[in-house]
Design a protein around this ligand. Structure first.
Ligand SMILES: NC(=O)c1ccc[n+]([C@@H]2O[C@H](COP(=O)([O-])OP(=O)(O)OC[C@H]3O[C@@H](n4cnc5c(N)ncnc54)[C@H](OP(=O)(O)O)[C@@H]3O)[C@@H](O)[C@H]2O)c1
Length: 383
């Protein structure tokens, strides 16, 4: 098996064709015809360099006062197992990253860990043919940032079948989208797969100023849907209208104390919900005949106090959305679509930027419910 990344010109040679001892470069050494000797291939050099290198990371540690995120120099033992080493350009701030630094947050099994469920950057070294040094890539989900060191570091290493080559987006836009944007796209895709069209009626988006919600509003509006944005932030009307919401309403149900009816007035054709809990129960009872709810989150709670009525009397479907273990082919397809037909039209309006050293501050804002939109965490050059 030849490794494209080895096919480089030797600095001391004018010969650009490298031939390994068996006619390819798979042995780890390449034959340089002009100097008539075997020379370690660049990939082997990069791999050796990685084994001895040190780099900077934000590492989450458990302490008596909770979980702290500390800037730290780490060694190659912090690179997880995998065949693709990525020089990280960006990560981003997601709800799950906030849980990773929350005591009993339920997502990290063992500390210390480098959080960062999103890794966006360029391939630094690779053991597989599918990637070459310099390729722009995104990796997210699987165990990244929860049990496999993640994107809050200058370098990260992951298995090749967790990696998506960016073909329609630049690295910064991919970071602005991140896991939350991907989840929004997955939610929209699942509604479209069920046959939803703009002619069916309005689509509700809950947690509308959040990462999943804000990108969902933008994508749905770009696809021609009438979008109703539900938010708990009273000052978010202008933002959500600019993202494409036709109407902005408060959190649901309007009266959180009122007893829920098994079926209420049909108000929406479908919903993208990242809130869960009582809000989701209310939404299910208010979706029109044959409608669907794509549910991805639980910021409002994990209980679902509903009945079977919406399902058996209105044919409503509850579509579960999981971004972490989506098969890699579907994941790659969706990332391509995020740069084309699903490309949010107002990404610059919903994105914020912070250096990685401010990650803890941003994640605490997510925990406190004051964060809006998406925050890109700049890694390269920001330590
Ligand atoms: N299934 C998956 O693969 C997947 C992937 C990504 C995220 N998620 C989940 O989806 C949810 C949202 O993630 P995110 O990254 O978008 O988080 P986020 O950026 O922090 O947004 C969450 C939004 O939820 C709303 N919210 C917060 N507390 C609430 C409460 N007590 N009741 C009702 N609404 C509340 C707020 O929006 P408003 O102020 O506008 O109401 C907030 O901005 C999280 O539960 C996350 O774990 C799941």
């Amino acid at each position: 098996m030849c490794r494209r990344s080895w096919r480089r010109r030797c600095a001391s040679s004018t010969d650009s064709s490298w031939i390994g001892p068996c006619g390819c470069s798979a042995s780890g050494w390449s034959w340089c015809r002009s100097s008539a000797r075997f020379i370690a291939a660049p990939i082997a050099r990069a791999a050796r360099m990685l084994e001895s290198m040190e780099f900077l990371a934000m590492v989450a540690h458990e302490s008596d006062s909770g979980i702290v995120l500390a800037r730290q120099q780490v060694g190659a033992d912090f690179l997880g197992p995998g065949d693709v080493t990525i020089k990280v350009h960006y990560s981003s701030a997601n709800y799950k990253d906030a849980l990773a630094i929350t005591p009993r947050g339920g997502v990290v099994r063992k500390y210390p860990i480098i959080p960062g469920i999103d890794i966006i950057g360029e391939v630094f070294a690779t053991d597989v043919d599918d990637f070459a040094p310099g390729d722009l890539v995104v990796a997210h989900g699987y165990d990244i940032g929860v049990s496999h060191n993640g994107g809050f570091a200058e370098y990260a290493r992951v298995p090749a079948d967790w990696v998506v080559k960016l073909d329609t987006l630049n690295a910064r836009d991919a970071a602005a989208l991140g896991t939350a944007g991907f989840t929004a796209a997955l939610s929209v895709q699942s509604l479209l797969d069920r046959g939803l069209t703009p002619d069916d009626g309005a689509v509700l988006v809950t947690g509308a100023t959040g990462g999943v919600g804000s990108v969902a509003v933008d994508i749905l509006s770009g696809l021609g849907f009438e979008v109703i944005a539900s938010t708990g932030k009273t000052d978010a009307g202008d933002l959500l209208t600019e993202l494409g919401a036709n109407e902005v309403i408060g959190r649901l149900p309007e009266d959180p104390e009122a007893k829920l009816r098994p079926l209420g007035k049909a108000q929406w054709a479908a919903a993208v919900d990242s809130v869960g809990g009582k809000s989701l129960a209310y939404i299910l009872s208010s979706i029109g005949y044959g409608g669907a709810v794509a549910v991805s989150g639980l910021t409002g709670g994990s209980d679902l106090p509903t009945t079977v009525m919406p399902f058996i009397l209105r044919g409503v479907a509850l579509l579960g959305i999981d971004s972490a273990y989506v098969p890699i082919d579907r994941r790659r397809e969706l990332w391509t679509k995020l740069g084309k037909e699903y490309r949010p039209q107002h990404l610059s309006r919903l994105e914020n930027y912070a250096p990685i050293t401010d990650a803890e501050k941003v994640l605490r804002a997510i925990q406190g419910g004051t964060h809006s939109g998406r925050t890109i965490l700049g890694v390269a050059g920001e330590f």
